[in-house]
Ligand binder design. Structure first.
Ligand code: MG
Length: 507
């Protein structure tokens, strides 16, 4: 990028260092999750802590802050420059307002809490994780006070993950979604199709990993993932790691008893990766690089996973390919059974295994608990009980133990309070974007039936990917769809799709 404004030039030069350190840190993180031998964990934690400190120093450099505040007052900025300043002010807020000793304490606390969580989960022992969790919550409350907020301290934490997100907005969304999702789930569960089981439901069906790997390569190529600007590995939990636009790595997992896990995780993570690979090269190493927010990022991954990958039209295309890979397992399965299998609705205790209908109920539960924890309306020791109560209320099931309940997610051990709601927003954005895309691409259904995904990618590139962090989520969704985020489209999408698949009436 070429800069005329000297303040912006100096600011972006300094930002480049922050960006580079962040990417080096991401490589260490990626390596830790993909390659690291167990004995290397301590040394790696020290290396990552060192980079965190270095990055904090860059952010907290008084000259950087002076330049940024000067730029904020400049009335002659271009729209790109204004967006840069806006992004830096938002990203810098944490470092400008939270004292360095708290930042360091949080980093140390969460490293220990993460290790404690792993062991507690294996041992199914919440009481061993509890002291760590209490410390993480206390630190998050302190951080919220330093960041400042208008109404609710939880707002300050939400804002760290999604620009402008508030407790009230989330509460309104979940109040609207919850009864609709519970009603739809009830309808599906009463349908005859729900009760029918096929050979696919049996855990005796075996899908060798070797073939799953080939299927992963196949679908990523179809989607347009650039293998020369990324790579695919295996990890305990799938993730995407952007190390710059030209090196966007993803991981997946392979479970021999269920081919859906690797197939849809790969599509999901590649959806994140396509976003990063498609950003305007002019934005490289500037404050406009990278996807704009967690929710918009998740909208892209969920779009490929659900709106494309689980669309009955696309399943028409993929079914014979699955059958060619697994003739003995799937050769005799009809298209309808396969479509239902790939869109199976089943309330279960585990969030990452949840279907489209129940997924956001898992998030509602976590949102409600986090809000109460941060506001001291709920104590951490009471979590296992209230978790069970809410599971019964929303899903009519109870987790067998804490490993399947309060200990299942990594987020709280890492200190990520305020992160979960971005998953739901991502689902809502995806449905709203899907509706507009279908109205603009007349051949959408036909393209999916033929497995021609180029038009989908081209559309997303044009409307979303190339813009990087130029527009905030609220502007972006307005530009694309002509209105602000509206949960109605997600509710409509689920109702139409699942009443069709389960042959039941719309709720
Ligand atoms: Mg994701």
């Amino acid at each position: 990028m070429h800069y005329i404004n000297q303040t912006i030039k100096k600011l972006t030069d300094r930002y480049k260092k922050i960006s580079q350190v962040g990417k080096i840190q991401s490589i260490l993180d990626w390596d830790m999750n993909v390659n690291l031998p167990p004995k290397g964990a301590d040394e790696r934690a020290t290396q990552i802590a060192f980079l965190t400190e270095l990055q904090t120093e860059y952010w907290q450099d008084p000259q950087f802050k002076t330049l940024l505040y000067k730029a904020r007052e400049d009335g002659n900025l271009t729209s790109a420059e204004k967006a840069m300043v806006r992004n830096l002010l938002r990203l810098g807020k944490y470092y400008f307002n939270v004292p360095q000793e708290i930042i360091v304490e949080k980093s140390e606390t969460t490293t220990k809490a993460f290790m404690a969580w792993q062991k507690s989960k294996t041992d199914d022992s919440f009481k061993d994780f509890l002291p760590h969790l209490k410390k993480v919550i206390a630190l998050n409350r302190i951080i919220a006070q330093h960041l400042g907020y208008k109404k609710n301290p939880y707002d300050a934490l939400l804002e760290l993950y999604e620009p402008g997100l508030t407790t009230q907005f989330c509460a309104e969304i979940f109040t609207r979604l919850k009864p609709q999702l519970i009603t739809l789930l009830g309808k599906i569960q009463k349908s005859a199709a729900y009760k029918q089981s096929t050979i696919l439901d049996s855990s005796m069906v075996h899908y060798p990993v070797h073939d799953q790997k080939q299927l992963t390569s196949f679908i990523l190529q179809k989607m347009g993932y650039d293998f020369n600007a990324g790579r695919v590995d295996t990890s305990a939990h799938p993730f995407e790691s952007p190390l710059g636009r030209s090196d966007v790595r993803i991981t997946t997992w392979y479970h021999e008893d269920d081919l859906r896990d690797s197939f849809y995780s790969s599509m999901h993570e590649a959806g994140h990766a396509l976003y990063e690979q498609g950003i305007d090269p002019d934005y490289d190493n500037t404050p406009l690089e990278g996807g704009v927010s967690f929710a918009i990022h998740e909208s892209q991954s969920r779009f490929w996973e659900n709106q494309v990958g689980r669309d009955p039209n696309f399943i028409e295309f993929i079914a014979p390919i699955f059958q060619a890979f697994y003739p003995e397992q799937l050769g005799k399965v009809d298209l309808y059974s396969l479509t239902r299998f790939l869109n199976q609705v089943r309330p279960g205790p585990i969030r990452v295994e949840a279907d489209e209908v129940t997924y956001n109920l898992h998030i509602a539960l976590r949102f409600e608990l986090e809000e109460q924890l941060i506001n001291n309306k709920l104590q951490a020791e009471d979590l296992p009980e209230i978790w069970k109560t809410k599971m019964k209320k929303y899903f009519k099931i109870e987790p067998a133990n804490d490993r399947e309940g309060v200990l299942q997610d990594v987020h709280w051990s890492l200190g990520y309070f305020g992160y979960f709601p971005t998953y739901t927003l991502g689902n809502l954005y995806a449905a709203q974007i899907h509706r507009v895309m279908r109205s603009e691409i007349q051949t959408y259904d036909e393209s999916l039936k033929k497995g021609e995904l180029g038009t989908v990618l081209y559309w997303l590139r044009d409307k979303i990917h190339r813009h990087g962090s130029m527009y905030w989520p609220s502007e972006l969704i307005q530009n694309i769809t002509g209105e602000k985020l509206n949960p109605r489209y997600f509710i409509d999408y689920l109702g139409v799709k699942y009443s069709h698949i389960y042959k039941t009436e719309l709720p």
